[in-house]
Design a protein around this ligand. Structure first.
Ligand code: NDP
Length: 241
């Protein structure tokens, strides 16, 4: 029986590549999204992957959404916490709303999504939780105090939960992408990309979403059972942690 993999923010960008790679590796995939119905419909029509809409910042919505996924596809054995947002601004201009939105989505969202699947994973003695953090959670980034704090929190969450899940056959790992060529990054002016960002990346280019997806496929697999609490830095050599 194919295992069920749930990918939050699985309809666009890095999440879309993760959903496709997991499907191609033989998983039954559920891809969630927040509000972009048009993109989700096009994605589902093109791939045959089922999509579900809820806000990862709401615990009740996550619990109800996961129940629906499990009723339709089966127990979630692979959870990829990928959904994320930015609300950038220098700290002196950052509002409480900018802080709270990013913390609630990028950090509390991991609690909200992982808690409802955790008991089932423990009971079945198998689980894979894969958290998409960021290079900016490792090194900190000016203009992203909210995002850097949330993404650093994701790494702490990963390390703590890895210890709790280990005896129950659950691994918990983080991936920290560097600059990946999604809409989020392609929106940066070309001049800034070419003159300021790409020169900082030793391999000399942006990463591709599929390069993150291949890391996820490894961490989801039965072969990765001894890898837990780890952080994969997939950033073209830009930062080591
Ligand atoms: P995109 O903006 O391209 O896609 C984000 C996805 O997350 C969309 O499917 C979106 O849904 C969904 N989403 C956003 N907020 C919520 C929410 N509250 N509840 C449910 N779903 C939500 O992002 P990327 O692909 O660029 O980034 C994916 C992850 O990788 C993020 O966690 C990001 O922080 C991280 N990352 C990205 C890097 C990059 O270079 N792009 C670098 C390092 C880390 P909808 O389509 O409905 O809006």
């Amino acid at each position: 029986m194919a295992r069920v993999a749930l990918v939050t923010g699985g309809t666009r960008g890095i999440g879309e590549a993760i959903s496709l790679a997991l499907r191609d590796a033989g998983y039954k995939v559920a891809a969630t999204y927040a509000g972009n119905d048009e993109k989700a419909r096009a994605f589902s029509d093109a791939t045959g992957i089922k999509t579900y809409k809820w806000d990862v910042a709401s615990y009740d919505a996550c619990k109800a959404g996961i129940e629906k996924v499990e009723a339709e596809l089966g127990p979630v054995e692979i959870l990829v916490n990928n959904a994320g947002i930015t609300r950038d601004g220098m700290f002196h201009k950052m509002t409480p709303d900018m802080w709270n939105e990013v913390i609630n989505t990028n950090l509390t969202g991991l609690f909200n999504m992982t808690h409802p699947v955790w008991t089932g994973m423990r009971d079945r003695k198998f689980g894979r939780v894969i958290n998409i953090s960021s290079i900016n959670g490792q090194k900190g980034q000016a203009g992203q105090a909210n995002y850097s704090a949330a993404k650093a929190g994701d790494i702490g969450f990963t390390r703590a939960l890895a210890q709790e899940g280990a005896r129950a056959g659950i691994t918990v790992n983080a991936i920290c992408p560097g600059y990946i060529g999604t809409e989020m990054v392609r929106a940066v002016p070309e001049k800034v990309l070419n003159e300021r960002i790409i020169p900082q990346i030793p391999v000399g280019r942006l990463g591709e979403p599929e390069e993150i997806a291949r890391c996820v496929v490894f961490l989801a697999s039965d072969d990765s059972g001894f890898v837990t609490g780890s952080t994969i830095s997939a950033n073209g050599g830009q930062y080591f942690s």
